[in-house]
Design a protein around this ligand. Structure first.
Ligand SMILES: Cc1cc2nc3c(=O)[nH]c(=O)nc-3n(C[C@H](O)[C@H](O)[C@H](O)COP(=O)(O)OP(=O)(O)OC[C@H]3O[C@@H](n4cnc5c(N)ncnc54)[C@H](O)[C@@H]3O)c2cc1C
Length: 301
């Protein structure tokens, strides 16, 4: 639907960092994408809930089904079945489209504790004068979204969309016996942004390919580099969000402009941005100070 080549990171209190995104970030027509992906899948049963998984059978609101050679859990952020395979940080998230004349263009990522203490909020121009504004945080997202809408002088033009935003870590393994875990259910999200659409598609395609070749464990193997990358991003999440370094980084790098070489690999992007900045040593000292002073389980925000 839309392509963005720029991203502004700000606290809305005078500090900002600007990223030029090399390959762009795409806004998707998500219901359209889901319709497209479901085309040619004759066995898709809409409106039927899985209520239990036992052995090779699934028990649904429409009765028992199976036996299946493999059961793929792709239940999203609810993680009702998948939580037994490992915990993933889940924050409530909420967004709404608003009309506003705030005049921001492209994607704006906001790190302001009054709007989100534990994560961040976003203001994305989806059409001229129409913005998708949202946030994820530990609590109170309805009140905080109201505050954000007021802050941008917005008038809602659509229904709010909400759900769990997952900040990782990814599960260490994706295949357990005859059960495979995909997408959010497997914690396959980018910890620094909660973005998981591309990873859900990637894991689905990879598992499908593994089934076609008759070797489901190939799914686990092909996703290994992604899991390692997301685990590294999760470590950066701990520093940035749990220890709160993102706010200090915003002050240190205020006014900087960087090239985001890979929007899907936040760690690579941040590392290269640091490598090209003369402010990097100051940031490293700040990060180390934070790690040492709060490393022994001290206050986290
Ligand atoms: C407010 C918000 C904004 C977001 N913005 C972005 C973004 O900009 N970019 C991005 O990449 N990601 C974003 N995400 C994250 C993204 O939505 C998820 O990472 C992605 O949808 C994961 O896909 P999935 O297929 O694993 O799960 P889902 O898309 O959640 O799909 C899971 C499906 O399983 C179904 N289901 C669940 N339980 C059962 C059951 N028991 N029986 C049968 N069916 C069941 C659900 O109804 C659903 O249809 C956002 C999330 C939120 C909440």
């Amino acid at each position: 639907m839309n392509k963005y080549n720029e991203l502004l990171v700000t606290d809305l209190q005078g500090h900002w960092i600007w990223f030029k995104v090399r390959d762009g970030v795409y806004l998707l027509d998500r219901p359209g994408l889901e319709r497209r992906l479901s085309e040619g899948v004759p066995s898709l049963k809409l409106g039927v809930r899985v209520e239990a998984i036992r052995g090779q059978y699934v028990y649904t609101s429409a009765g028992r089904r199976g036996p299946y050679d493999y059961v793929a859990i792709a239940e999203g952020a609810v993680r009702r079945f998948s939580h037994i395979y490992g915990e993933v940080t889940r924050l409530p998230g909420l967004q709404v489209d608003v009309k506003s004349d705030i005049g921001l263009s492209g994607i704006t990522v906001v790190y302001n504790k009054k709007l989100s203490e534990a994560y961040f909020s976003w203001i994305v121009e989806i059409d001229r004068g129409v913005y998708r504004v949202g946030l994820a945080d530990r609590c109170c997202v309805v009140d905080k979204l109201r505050k954000l809408v007021k802050m941008v002088g917005g008038t809602p033009v659509g229904k709010p969309f909400g759900g769990g935003v997952l900040a990782g870590p990814p599960l260490k393994r994706l295949v357990y016996g005859n059960v495979a875990l995909l997408g959010d259910a497997a914690g396959l999200t980018k910890p620094l942004s909660g973005g998981g659409i591309i990873l859900a598609i990637k894991s689905g395609a990879s598992f499908g390919e593994a089934l076609r070749t008759g070797d489901p464990s190939a799914y686990e193997y092909s996703m290994r580099p992604t899991i390692l990358r997301l685990s590294a991003a999760r470590a950066v999440y701990e520093l940035m969000y749990v220890k709160g370094f993102v706010h200090e980084a915003l002050r240190i790098f205020h006014g900087s402009e960087f090239l985001a070489i890979d929007y899907d690999d936040h760690v690579k992007t941040l590392a290269l941005a640091m490598a090209t900045s003369r402010k990097a040593p100051r940031a490293l000292v700040g990060a180390l100070r934070l790690l040492i002073s709060r490393g022994a389980g001290g206050p986290s925000t």
